[in-house]
Design a protein around this ligand. Sequence first.
Ligand code: IMP
Ligand code: MG
Length: 426
Amino acid sequence: MAKTVVVVGTQWGDEGKGKITEYLSSKANYVIRYQGGNNAGHTIEFNNEQFKLKLIPSGIFQAEKVILGNGMVIDPKSLIEEMKYLNSKNIVTNSIRISNRAHVILPYHIKLDELLEELKIDQKIGTTKKGIGPAYIDKYSRTGIRMGDFIDPELFREKLAFQVNEKNELFKAHNKKLFDFNEIYVEYKNYAEILKQFVTDTSYEIDIALENGKKLLFEGAQGVMLDIDHGTYPYVTSSNPSAGAVTIGAGIGPTLIDEVVGVVKAYSTRVGEGALPTELDGEIGEYIRKVGREYGTVTGRARRVGWFDAVIVSHTRRVSGLTGLSINLLDVLTGIDKIKLCVAYKLDGEEIHYVPSTIKEFARCKPVYLEMEGWKEDITKVKKFEDLPINAINYVKKIAEITKVDVVMVSVGPDREQTIILKEIY
Ligand code: IMP
Ligand code: MG
């Protein structure tokens, strides 16, 4: 029977969605991305090998097909590089399908990403500088170049000419180097030629897949707290990682989604600017960063680290309709004496259980903690939930209780094998 599952990040991204998606893709037929672009970074490990993906869905290793949905913004150069990288590691990439309605990231978007950050005085976002925001700006200005236009040399020429002119006006005004239309056209026409064979109406393909009883997995990039609507605006990305965006970003109706698995770290991390109420500045933070290898996949930046925040994950449960939780990186907390869990915020003396909409209020939120006993035993080889140390079991159960979501998976290491299943998803 057909089944559709969405995997979303419940925090600020980097929860380990790639690992979980890759794991689940042994059972799913299609793995589909519905938003974002190469700002995402997924690290996947199996058979003692590590793979880093930015654009291509983590199902590429096992699924029948992987789809880059219409809600995405795609840098053709980066995509081709990623395909070559995988090919060099003997992974075939001809199962990729690219939506003809997805938007294309071009070199001026990347420069514009830098310029827009430069122009911000005290609210720099700390973007990945991949041109994601500017490509979405063009989408909503209705001047963007879509994959379908891109692979048609005449349409591409027309639209690109308009874009280069428009962007150069801006760059000129800020004394920046101007772009040469011909240079971009010649280089990118080549990329279009390479990608053409993969471009299609992916919503149509998804419809047929469902008719044929296929199992679909929708892979979110970033996390709900980086969602442009439901995240910590303006310190967010420019798309909707929330589960609801699957319907628009992949072209499937809301009535056809069966489950939403929220991926969560056993603690919190964030890259870039914006408040992180449970942030740890001292020794424990350093320890978690080191053990958890908390450095950005895309930018290499050290991630900020904090305790688990149940207010955040409850917010995600609500806006994304989570039906299950996958708790990742539990092993990273091994050896910490007392583990804290944020259960509420104090805002100007009042206890609250929601995320305030303004960053000013959010920055004033002080975490209310529940303290739990840690564990010392190595858990990286544990296969069954009941074989975990009792304090680890208690911690996991507490998270489920406070966030009101059942735990379906626990991850105790980066490898595909280091996954404890509490409930089968497919
Ligand atoms: P942008 O997505 O490059 O526009 O960056 C906006 C914000 O989202 C910045 O704080 C980035 O660090 C953050 N961000 C974007 N993609 C990811 C991701 O995949 N993981 C974590 N943070 C991300
Ligand atoms: Mg990442």
